[in-house]
Design a protein around this ligand. Structure first.
Ligand code: TMP
Length: 207
């Protein structure tokens, strides 16, 4: 059986984690070996970088520093987690990947998309997901689901920032529809999970 790389994307608060866990358990129930992971993180080095990135105290971080730190965590993640898992024929399920950088640092912060793509090419060696599931939802609804007192550095951004990020995601998906499943995430968890599974079955050759 061949491995597959499946990524969930979307702005904060859309319910990615719930869907990731549901899919993880569903695939495990069908005897597929699955590695569930997240970005930034997934490795000890990546988790250390994650703490720096999300620390609400680090308000002075420049967009360039931010983009390079996400890319650094990603380089570690690809070589230590994603490639070895795919080579074993297993499935990698990841909470975020390169599109998060294009959407947040590119569309959100306004960094040059071409340069971001180049930095990320260095980090990934050109590895792309087999499927990206974009959970889409109005910004006010998504942000309303986050706990106010416990927001990390990115989650403290305003609605305009998240509007740009959301639009960025939708643009990325519409430029390459074959590799994306875009779902209206403002629906019941079970309904969404069924839509996710339907497409994943096709990607994994389970139907
Ligand atoms: P999360 O694990 O709660 O999704 O937190 C990760 C945060 O980092 C989230 O706000 C999105 C942001 N992020 C970027 O800005 N760029 C990236 O490349 C990645 C992977 C995440």
């Amino acid at each position: 059986m061949r491995g597959a790389f499946i990524v969930f994307e979307g702005i904060d608060g859309v319910g990615k984690t719930t869907q990731l866990f549901t899919l993880f358990h569903e695939l495990r129930g069908r005897s597929r070996k699955v590695v569930l992971t997240r970005e930034p993180g997934g490795t000890p080095v990546g988790e250390a970088i994650r703490r720096v990135l999300l620390d609400a105290e680090n308000q002075e971080m420049t967009p360039e520093t931010e983009a390079l730190l996400y890319a650094a965590a990603r380089a570690q993640f690809v070589s230590k987690v994603v490639r070895p898992t795919l080579e074993r024929g297993e499935v990698v399920l990841s909470d975020r990947f390169v599109d998060s950088s294009l959407a947040y640092q590119g569309y959100g912060r306004g960094l040059d998309l071409e340069k971001l793509a180049q930095v990320n090419m260095l980090a990934t060696g050109g590895l792309r997901p087999d499927l990206t599931i974009l959970l889409d939802m109005p910004v006010v609804t998504a942000l309303g689901r986050l706990e106010v007192g416990r927001r990390d550095r990115l989650e403290l951004e305003d609605t305009d920032f998240y509007d740009r990020v959301r639009r960025g995601y939708r643009r990325l998906a519409s430029a390459d529809p074959g590799r994306y499943l875009v779902l209206d995430a403002d629906r019941e968890v079970e309904v969404l999970a069924a839509a996710v599974m339907e497409r994943v079955e096709v990607v994994l050759g389970l139907v």
